[in-house]
Design a protein around this ligand. Structure first.
Ligand code: BT5
Length: 273
């Protein structure tokens, strides 16, 4: 498969084209576009703390300290991929904040499906996989008062025109990109526009219809249902059968003794194909 990148494929995003094409209720009315930043999530958090509005989007061409979960990092080379964060101020109880990650996973999986003819998988809670490899990751960070979410920073990194050769060795085997999957560079501006529109639609659905409406679509992308998995948590690991998620976004696992467990945070490792 030819994966030739021409100069135009390294071109910066066409912000005006994105803004002109966007039809949304809340997201992307204001887009902060940065050639480089430490982390779009950090930048968006500062904006939110200074009164940034719901729906403001931060996009950077590259990140010097792109963040994953638990102090991990997100590889973010310039002008190849998408690094985006959104300020949300959801009317949800803090307990339901994980629904934002699940909502974003649905929007992201539905966007990816428009660009590749292969099955897209959501790996609970925050990864998008294709062919078993990581295409995108989600990092949601909330700021709460007792009983109230002040804001959520929803951060998304998607590998678009990231070729295998350019990936650092640490992720070369585990990661993929749209271009690596299709053999063709993707129009990053078009992907960005569609993603913001889908996030806006799914966020509206979450607020208006409630989580159960989205949960059905989420389940359609969850390919580990009924499969044996190991869930690695901070201090322990549990083996069991993945059953799905509950209303709070927790993973439901039937453990080896047949007891049903709710897992709020952890890493899911499949034990069978
Ligand atoms: C995530 O964390 O998957 C969340 C990634 C969120 C990144 C976005 S980019 C825009 C916004 N601003 C930020 O600063 N962050 C968000 P986690 O599940 O912890 O996965 C991190 C792990 O994924 C790393 O330890 C690597 O193994 C792997 N990884 C790092 N960069 C990758 C990449 N570009 N593609 C695929 N895998 C990667």
């Amino acid at each position: 498969m030819g994966q030739e990148l021409r100069d135009r494929d390294y071109a910066p995003l066409r912000l005006e084209e994105i803004q002109r094409g966007l039809v949304t209720e809340r997201l992307g009315k204001k887009i902060h576009y940065l050639p480089e930043v430490d982390s779009t999530n950090l930048y968006a958090r500062n904006l939110a703390e200074e009164g940034g509005l719901e729906g403001e989007v931060v996009i950077a061409e590259s990140q010097s300290r792109g963040k994953g979960r638990l102090g991990r990092s997100w590889v973010s080379p310039p002008c190849l991929n998408l690094y985006l964060s959104v300020i949300l101020r959801p009317k949800l109880p803090p307990l339901h904040a994980p629904q934002i990650t699940l909502m974003a996973a649905v929007a992201l999986a539905e966007t990816v499906q428009c660009f590749i003819p292969l099955p897209t998988e959501i790996k609970w809670p925050n990864d998008i996989l294709v062919g078993g490899k990581k295409l995108a990751g989600i990092l949601t960070e909330s700021s709460c008062d007792p009983g109230k979410i002040l804001f959520v920073i929803l951060g998304i990194g998607v590998n678009l025109n990231f070729s295998k050769e350019l990936m650092p060795e640490a992720i070369r085997e585990s990661a993929t990109s749209i271009m690596a999957l299709t053999g063709k560079p993707v129009n990053r501006s078009e992907f960005t526009l569609r993603l913001i529109q889908n996030l806006d639609r799914c966020y509206g659905e979450l607020e208006e219809e409630g989580f159960s409406f989205l949960a059905k679509r989420w389940a359609g992308f969850f390919r580990l249902k009924g499969k044996r998995v190991r869930v690695q948590m901070l201090e322990q690991a549990i083996l069991g059968k993945a059953m799905g998620i509950d209303i709070d976004g927790a993973l439901i696992l039937e453990d080896e003794r047949g007891f049903v467990q709710r897992i709020v945070a952890g890493e899911v490792i499949p034990m069978e194909a």
